[in-house]
Design a binder for this molecule. Structure first.
Ligand SMILES: [Zn+2]
Length: 453
């Protein structure tokens, strides 16, 4: 072995155990009892540390090129590594150009070249008029296609109307592509009171649960009729959980994710004018938060990913605190793991659960068979995590580009002490040689619910 980890505690697909993990050529070559393996280099974890598979975050807006003052491949991937995330998949919008054809995918890959500290894959976009680009993008290796059903926040990435949605799903079904949907219904939101001003309650009222529920019902109905694979992004409405469970029981090929901020914060505690908490769909009430936790426990939600979506501080409009004017997006890449772990353990969940939601689940959802698990044959990607170490988030010490964070001054449990990518340690506290690689969709059809290996 080139490298051996000796871990008093490690989270493997068979559960938490004491083991040694052997690495050869950047891959996991053996998982054996604690003192069995030897190698050229041995890393002994401390008693208070747990070896986790490197997390997989399939919902990240890097915004580069084009809005690289908001975020960039260098800063986003360093924040990822510092948060124990060793694989991320970049969203097709907010960068310029958006990733809606192969040419724009090439532009994005060139922008990222040599600047990524973790492995990076890409989503494509399904927008009005680009149906003919979907197959070529699929063949070029994107993991699937994102669409909106209402204004996306940026004019260059337009939403699909009902006919456009069905057309995209029929096209994707023809080659078993995956559609990932920002599910909020434009008409429902159009009929809700518009938001101006500093009141969080007014903002919440402007984007009701009904908008999500209606949009999800439509997507599920079309998935039933077209046979397309669909994934619901950033689920924030607990009302929609039974509908998802039923669709799945009926054989509809649907997965769903939620995000650390919906599991951490509640509307009742968000101060007026605190636009660092603005995101869409919005953070809802405390009771709703518990419904999302239950859906994770029941396995209706498969993944927790961050929807890391930063911007420059001025766009958050801290001057006025106006929720109507502020950019909607929360930067959570670096603190997602401790945020989710803090909430999980207080509800009786274990690190096994967190790894299933934040590593194995997202890897399976995008069909990355070599990521998200400590198992023979997988990439040697790890996070060394001290679950009982407490810390307070300081936005100025986070590594994403702009020091804005909804988690600022929040007390969390769990510190990432080291991250390893394909058997190499990533320097977490200073910029070092970025050795991340591009990932492309694997040819085999992902088994959405394969569960244990
Ligand atoms: Zn997003």
């Amino acid at each position: 072995m080139d490298l051996v980890f000796r871990a008093p505690r490690a989270v493997t697909p068979d559960g938490e155990r004491s083991c040694s993990v052997g690495v050869s050529g950047g891959r996991i070559a053996a998982v054996e009892d604690y003192d069995t393996l030897t190698g050229d280099r041995v890393v002994e974890l401390r008693e208070d540390e747990v070896l986790l598979p490197g997390l997989v975050d399939t919902h990240v807006h890097v915004n580069d090129p084009g809005r690289s003052d908001w975020e960039g491949f260098d800063t986003a991937t360093r924040a990822a590594a510092a948060g124990g995330v060793t694989t991320l998949v970049d969203m097709p919008l907010n960068s310029l150009p958006p990733t809606v054809d192969v040419t724009s995918l090439d532009v994005k890959r060139r922008a990222a070249e040599g600047r990524i500290a973790v492995d990076v894959g890409f989503w494509g976009g399904a927008v009005p008029g680009n149906r003919g680009e979907l197959r070529p993008l699929h063949d070029a290796g994107v993991f699937g296609f994102k669409c909106f059903l209402l204004h996306s926040g940026v004019d260059e990435f337009a939403p699909l109307d009902e006919a456009g949605l069905e057309e995209a799903m029929r096209e994707l079904a023809a080659f078993d592509g995956l559609l990932i949907v920002h599910a909020e219904d434009a008409e429902t939101i159009g009929g809700a009171p518009a938001v101006h001003g500093r009141s969080y309650a007014d903002f919440l009222g402007s984007r009701p649960r009904a908008a999500e529920n209606t949009a999800i019902a439509r997507v599920l109905d079309l998935a039933r009729r077209t046979g397309a694979r669909v994934h619901i992004l950033h689920l924030a409405s607990g009302d929609a959980v039974p509908m998802l469970a039923q669709a799945r029981a009926d054989g509809v090929r649907v997965t769903a994710e939620t995000c650390p901020h919906y599991l951490s914060f509640v509307a009742e505690e968000i101060r007026d004018g605190a636009t660092e908490f603005k995101c869409c769909p919005p953070i809802r009430e405390a009771g709703n938060r518990e419904e999302l936790w239950r859906a994770l426990g029941d396995g209706v939600l498969d993944c927790v990913v961050t929807d890391h979506s930063p911007c420059t501080p001025d766009l958050k409009r801290f001057d006025s605190g106006d929720f109507g004017d502020a950019w909607g997006g929360i930067a959570g890449l670096q603190v997602g793991l401790p945020a989710v772990w803090t909430g999980a353990r207080s509800r009786g969940f274990t690190l096994d659960d967190v790894v299933r939601w934040m590593a194995q689940g997202p890897a399976e959802q995008v069909g990355l068979s070599g990521k998200g698990r400590i198992a023979v044959g997988c990439d040697a990607d790890f996070a060394v995590f001290a679950p009982d170490e407490a810390f307070v988030v300081d936005r100025t010490r986070l590594q994403h580009r702009n020091p804005v964070s909804a988690y600022h001054e929040r007390a969390l449990a769990g510190v990432v002490r080291a991250s390893w990518l394909r058997g190499r340690e990533i320097a977490l506290d200073h910029p070092a040689e970025p050795f991340g690689e591009f990932l492309t969709r694997e040819e085999s059809t992902p088994s959405v619910r394969s569960g244990q290996h």
